[in-house]
Design a protein. Sequence first.
Length: 119
Amino acid sequence: QVQLEESGGGLVQAGGSLRLSCAASGSGFTVNTMGWYRQAPGKQRELVALIRSGGSTNYADSVRGRFTISRDSAQNTVYLQMNSLKPEDTAVYYCKLNYWSGYKFSDYWGQGTQVTVSS
């Protein structure tokens, strides 16, 4: 019943910017948190940024000050503005939704979008 549609990945030079979008659709759910995670080859998936229903945010130390997470609550959409990109930001970026279905909290992952930063 829940779907996530991600967009905005691509190839960019170091120092450039990209904006990722993730839209949640479906019925019977209430958003608790939405976040972005990333996984580089040979590494574990890690949290990049997260925004809660109340608006508070968390960022990984490696992106704080460069990335900004925001949301459009009416559209159940979350954005990740990525500035001053570095080659080490290269990874597949995944959107994760944590939602309340009326009787439990559940997670749902997007399919991922590739971000490649060239030096």
